[in-house]
Design a protein around this ligand. Sequence first.
Ligand code: ADP
Length: 356
Amino acid sequence: MKIQLKHLTKKFKDVVAVQDVNCTIENGEMVCLLGPSGCGKSTTLAMIAGLEMPTEGAIYFDGQDMSGFEAEHRDIGMVFQDYALYPHMTASENIQFPLKMKSVKKKERLEKVNQIAEMLQITKLLHRKPGQLSGGQQQRVAIARALVKQPKILLLDEPFSNLDARLRIELREDIRTLQKKLGITTIFVTHDQEEAMSISDRIILMNQGCVQQYGTPQELYRSPNNLFVARFLGNPPINMFHCISEKQHIRILKEPDWRFKEDNIIHVNEISEKGILGIRPEDFSVVSDCGQIHTKIAAIQTLGKEVYLRCQSKDAPFIVCLRWDKDYQIGDLLELNVNRGYLFLADDEKEGMILN
Ligand code: ADP
């Protein structure tokens, strides 16, 4: 099922929750609605589900305007953060419930439950009640319940937020495999950029009700439309420096020795004279001498295969992410180069960004 959002807007009295959203989600695609808390993700999802009515604009499923369709007639499966299982029913009864509502006969119900349970690896848990299941198992049951009636669309609202990190990774891999196998158009709401990057065909990144960028994870990461996008994606986040444009070079304002050739830099938008230069933490490399940047290590965080070094500059401290193949010490002097081609330059006034 192809989903089109056209000029989709939702106002709650004077709060504009969603503002003029225009996106097409292709049949079989997995798209994440990503953005900080309160940016309008859940409201957008609720409008697609038919749980909220748009103030303006419309939603189309395979070209058909959904305005007159109630939630139960939209052929959607939904999964929520809190599982929303019926506590007095077993897992099997929970999964059967949507089929019962459609008066599907018991034999067929049980066949379908067994099929979907196998896909979600919960066959052995079907006789248990939700209280006897872990969070991850409960969410598998909730996903099975959403999928058992073979909907055309699957909507997931922060489905893994209540689970620990390891389980989250396991479940998101499984849901992605299942989604591809079933070819079901899926929209997944999350505020977690790593989750969105790892699971999506495309990401709709929102801020304050508006779409900031819609594209593949790679497009958003490497060709951001603006500094919000550049800063939202990436962990640790991109470093930002005030800079000035000078004869085919960009110079960091407070660090006159830090100069970068302008043709190595991706222009997010045109800058007049002053701007902001973004450098991702992983785009630095250490050199033994003649580095572009001379700095000192102020703090160290080791993560196993990587190490994050907080380094000093006169503008603001910045983070360098390196392979942890050497023991760094606080106070060590570092010479750094920046890898070609992944510096972002933006006009600070157009972006309205205040650093530090
Ligand atoms: P997100 O899912 O990105 O956290 P929401 O879609 O829940 O964001 O909310 C977007 C904005 O709309 C927020 O400012 C929120 O407070 C507001 N909002 C959401 N639902 C309602 C409601 N029922 N009544 C009033 N304001 C609401």
